[in-house]
Write a protein that binds this ligand. Structure first.
Ligand code: AMP
Length: 438
């Protein structure tokens, strides 16, 4: 308990992730790596900061992220740099810079890491937050969109969630141009009834007005032109193929015509996944396709599609019983019942210390517990230990050792040389880090 307010605190909108929560974060990342690899995605790590221009070009000057939320600074060389507010533009930059267009296509990448946006902090919204995302580049068409949605749904399902995807299409460039014009001529005459933000968007990014949460504006939009009336034949075919495939794979989804997403680069399919229990900030994932971005950033015309999951929010909504919620490897606890003279360690190493190291060399996670019994059980419970190994002088003298299985509360006494084989074959040791009983 901190009684005096400390001299230094983590900056507003940032936070320390501490144990035991970090074990849950790591388990989520392990699951992501495992599932993504199964679908053929490889990890990419891009810099935490990039040229500011990359985001202005890539994310779009009219987006809130670029217009209001970037951490931009000048370095000592006078360059304008920005802490990345998202990772699609950096990944696409890397794709172009490293000539990945000449690799076998599609190139399938994933990333895990912090992003920075200067937003007003609230529950589920941070200035430094973490995203887990994938990008699939160099394969066009509905199947690319569907594969990305499938890997997303599989990942969330393996975390114990039951994701429902909200889906829409924002059409191709041609559809958007005609729709944009129709929307602007509908809203221009009533511009004085729009919020200041929306009035500005009328000139910069009219599609974003559809995103509004204000009831008056929603009313104004009720008989506004609809994007789906302006879809090109090609966009329409694309979107219905996506839906058909998703049905074929039994993916739960709903169509949400108001879904337009905040970043400017999307074309064709866009999607979001929300989770209950998060309040206003309930979106855990957003994604979509983009067929102009690679060219916009100087590469050859290339179709891309991806998503970004907010890991902070994801960790908050993991179901209580899920494997990831229980975290990673839980150690066996070793404890000495009585002080034992250094028998195993003739060179002055205490027997507890010696046994701990032997266990760790055998691949068994092990830590020392407090020697007072009441404290010990509480400790083992808190650590999620599957077992406690007791070192007692009299037993050791008979060549025996005792192991208490936490789940059943049964203590087995066994021959000392049986300890490692039994521990390793026994059901109370985790066969995989995610199967630890807690
Ligand atoms: P976006 O990159 O805006 O499409 O956001 C994708 C996901 O990242 C969202 O659905 C959120 O889960 C998460 N996210 C975005 N901004 C924040 C933030 N400021 N704090 C926490 N999570 C965020």
């Amino acid at each position: 308990v901190v009684l005096v307010s400390p001299r230094f605190q983590a900056p507003k909108g940032t936070r320390d992730l501490l144990p035991p929560a970090t074990a849950v974060w790591a388990a989520v990342e392990d699951t992501a790596r495992r599932v993504f690899a199964r679908y053929g995605f490889h990890e990419i790590r891009t810099p935490i900061f990039e040229d500011t221009e990359l985001f202005v070009r890539g994310v779009g000057a009219s987006s809130d992220v670029v217009g209001k939320e970037m951490y931009t600074f000048e370095d000592k060389g006078g360059r304008s740099l920005t802490l990345r507010p998202e990772s699609t533009a950096p990944v696409v930059r890397a794709y172009v810079e490293h000539g990945m267009r000449s690799w076998p296509q599609p190139v399938k990448l994933y990333y895990i890491g912090p992003q920075f946006r200067h937003e007003r902090p609230q529950k589920g919204r941070y200035r430094e937050f973490r995203q887990i995302g994938v990008e699939l580049l160099g394969k066009a068409g509905p199947e690319a969109d569907v594969e990305v949605i499938l890997v997303l749904v599989r990942f969330l399902t393996e975390l114990g969630l039951e994701p429902e995807v909200r889906l829409n299409t924002v059409g191709d460039e041609a559809s958007r141009t005609t729709f944009r014009a129709a929307l602007v001529s509908h809203l221009r005459p009533v511009a004085d009834r729009l919020s200041e933000d929306s009035r500005r968007r009328l000139d910069t990014n009219p599609l974003r007005i559809l995103d509004t949460k204000s009831p008056e504006e929603r009313e104004l939009l009720r008989d506004a032109p609809r994007l789906d009336d302006h879809l090109s034949e090609e966009s329409r075919r694309h979107f219905s193929a996506v839906q058909e495939h998703l049905r074929a794979f039994d993916v739960r989804f709903t169509i949400d015509p108001t879904l337009v997403r905040g970043l400017d680069y999307y074309t064709h399919t866009v999607f979001e996944v929300s989770a209950s229990g998060l309040g206003a900030q309930d979106a855990i994932c957003g994604g979509g396709a983009y067929d102009q971005l690679v060219a916009e950033l100087g590469g050859p015309p290339t179709y891309g599609v991806g998503f970004a999951i907010g890991q902070d929010r994801l960790v908050d909504v993991l179901p209580p019983g899920s494997a990831a919620r229980r975290g990673t490897v839980a150690p066996v606890v070793v404890v000495a019942l009585k002080t034992i003279p250094g028998k195993e360690g003739d060179r002055g190493v205490s027997p507890v210390f010696a046994l701990l190291e032997q266990m760790r060399r055998e691949g068994i996670a092990a830590i020392e517990g407090p020697s007072r019994k009441e404290r010990l059980f509480e400790f083992a419970e808190r650590e999620g230990a599957p077992a406690i190994v007791f070192l007692a002088e009299d037993e050791l003298a008979r060549g025996e050792i005792s192991v208490r299985e936490m789940a059943t509360r049964i203590t087995h006494t066994m021959a000392r040389e049986r300890l490692f084989p039994d521990l390793k074959s026994s059901s109370f040791l985790p066969s995989s880090p995610l199967e630890v009983k807690r």
